[in-house]
Design a protein around this ligand. Structure first.
Ligand SMILES: O=C(O)CCC(=O)C(=O)O
Length: 313
């Protein structure tokens, strides 16, 4: 079978890694950026691909068929968006706010009908009734706020929103970006039989200093009060992180440090707000002490080449 745009190399590397025979230089960040871009261009999620490759060890033919079965005509490619929507989404004030605080809120990132469609899709996927609070605690996916709904049309429509793409382009200062194929989230009010399961404050990025520029994002599909499980981060920490990491060079582990001691702040928002944050901010969800669930979609755009270190800390 023909190699499809580098898929064979990706499949071969995964099979070698699975067998424990992958050479160290095959795991470099450039290779990672290439492979993740390839998967995003085909419209498949990273975790679903890893689960498929590592759990099922498919033949190359089966893997290619699996990838190609995903609809790639979703408008996720850098040249697929409408140039008429090319005006700035983030104002100079927004950009300065991001520079100072390391996060920014994009209002009306998607239309009301688009966010309602995604919210409906999540209720439907979970098999829950928004008017029946008992149903909010009967999740088929276990005790987690993650909702692995990746390929619903409404979710794809938000992921490819021109306003969202443009905001990420402005922050990255480049346009060779693809949206990650990421999941949704459902964080109901905490109960004694359903304590908040996290994610608590953490970093997803490599903590080898200097921590490079990188972005993450969350779209609020419903109004989200500060006490409603809101996204929480430590504003401004991107300016301090390298010095902070250096303080661990002889003793301690930044991954086990009590990040709650760094003065985190919940970021409330309206339905349709997208919060974008610098990867160097400690961040997480929070416990929901309100009366309604927090319902979100995770959306990030990443470039086709890597600025990350090869050594993971
Ligand atoms: O759901 C949230 O508010 C936080 C999400 C998060 O921690 C992440 O995307 O890494």
């Amino acid at each position: 079978m023909l190699d499809v745009a580098g898929l064979r190399g990706l499949w071969e590397r995964a099979m070698r890694d699975r067998a424990g025979t992958c050479a160290p230089d095959e795991r470099c960040s450039d290779r990672w950026a290439h492979d993740t871009t390839l998967l995003r261009a085909f419209g498949v999620g990273l975790h679903e691909t890893i689960a498929y490759l590592y759990n099922e060890a498919p033949s190359y033919e089966a893997f290619t068929a699996w990838v190609l079965a995903h609809d790639t005509a979703r408008g996720n490619a850098p040249d697929a968006y409408d140039p008429s929507a090319d005006e700035a989404v983030l104002s100079p004030y927004d950009l300065a706010f991001f520079e100072e605080h390391g996060y920014v809120v994009v209002h009306d990132a998607v239309s009301p009908s688009a966010r309602r469609a995604a919210e409906e899709a999540i209720w439907g996927h979970l098999g829950m009734d928004r008017d029946d609070p008992e149903s909010w605690y009967t999740r088929p996916n276990g005790h987690s706020i993650w909702v692995p709904l990746l390929h619903h049309d409404a979710v794809w429509a938000n992921r490819c929103s021109p306003r969202i793409r443009r905001a990420f382009e402005q922050l990255w200062g480049r346009s060779d970006l693809y949206p990650t194929v990421d999941q949704c989230g459902f964080n109901p009010p905490e109960r004694s039989d359903w304590p908040f399961p996290g994610p608590r404050l953490h970093f997803d990025c490599n903590l080898t200093p200097p921590v490079p520029f990188g972005l993450q994002g969350i779209l609020y599909l419903t109004d989200t009060a500060a006490n409603q499980g809101a996204f929480t981060c430590v504003p401004g920490f991107h300016h301090r992180i390298d010095a902070w990491l250096t303080s661990f060079s002889h003793d301690g582990d930044p991954r086990t440090f009590d990040l709650y001691s760094l003065d985190p702040k919940p970021i409330a928002g309206r339905a349709g707000d997208l919060v974008i944050w610098h990867q160097a901010l400690p961040h997480g969800a929070s416990r929901n002490s309100a009366t309604l669930p927090r319902i979100v979609q995770y959306i990030t755009y990443e470039p086709t080449t890597s600025n990350e270190h090869d050594t993971w800390t």
